[in-house]
Design a protein around this ligand. Structure first.
Ligand code: FES
Ligand code: FES
Length: 188
């Protein structure tokens, strides 16, 4: 699918860029120096990854590239060419939240709209690679995601509860909630 191209100035080298974003093939014209965060937000139109510090220290812009957490503010879009990119919008399975999303809601892990998307994708990647993390491993996984406002206890609690769901023999669909935006006015 061709998305809207980013604005291109005269004389700037451009290229066609394509990748799978949240399971959909995207093709767009980008500048060689475009940052992945800009391409995702302004080119593709996925607004989940947020610009916090813009210098690689806060984790708000975290996305998954081929399943691995990356800071999209520190990644050239060309580095993600042809990759599978997952933002927070891609975590839910249809109308069912990912267990970590459901447990963020259940355990009070959800924080503001800037830091939460980054925490969620990083936690989802942890649980994918290590479905039964210890609390210490959970703490290590989120060490690159900062929140100045509150503590991390409930986030770690959410990871442990999501781990219980993921590793239980019968993954209880009823423990997930319909994926919907509770604050549609804050769509970005
Ligand atoms: S915006 Fe990328 S690390 Fe802060
Ligand atoms: S930065 Fe999001 S709640 Fe603190």
């Amino acid at each position: 699918m061709v998305a809207h191209p980013l604005p291109v100035e005269n004389g700037v080298s451009t290229r066609s860029w394509s990748a799978s974003v949240n399971g959909r093939n995207r093709q767009i014209i980008i500048r060689d120096h475009d940052i992945l965060l800009d391409v995702l937000r302004d080119g593709v139109g996925t607004l989940g990854a947020k610009r916090g510090c813009d210098m690689g220290t806060c984790g708000c812009c975290s996305v998954l590239i081929d399943g691995k957490p990356k800071l999209s503010c520190m990644t050239l879009a060309v580095e993600a060419e042809g990759c599978e990119i997952t933002t927070v919008e891609g975590l839910a399975d249809g109308h069912h939240l990912h267990p970590i999303q459901a447990m963020f809601a259940e355990c009070g892990g959800s924080q503001c709209g800037f830091c939460t998307p980054g925490f969620l994708v990083v936690c989802a990647a942890l649980l994918e690679s290590n479905p039964s993390p210890s609390r210490e491993e959970a703490q290590d996984a989120i060490e690159g995601n900062l929140c100045r406002c509150t503590g991390y206890q409930q986030i770690v609690d959410s990871i442990m509860e999501a781990s219980e769901i993921i590793t239980s023999e019968e993954r209880p669909v009823s423990n997930t909630r319909p994926a919907s935006n509770p604050h549609p006015e804050y769509g970005g």
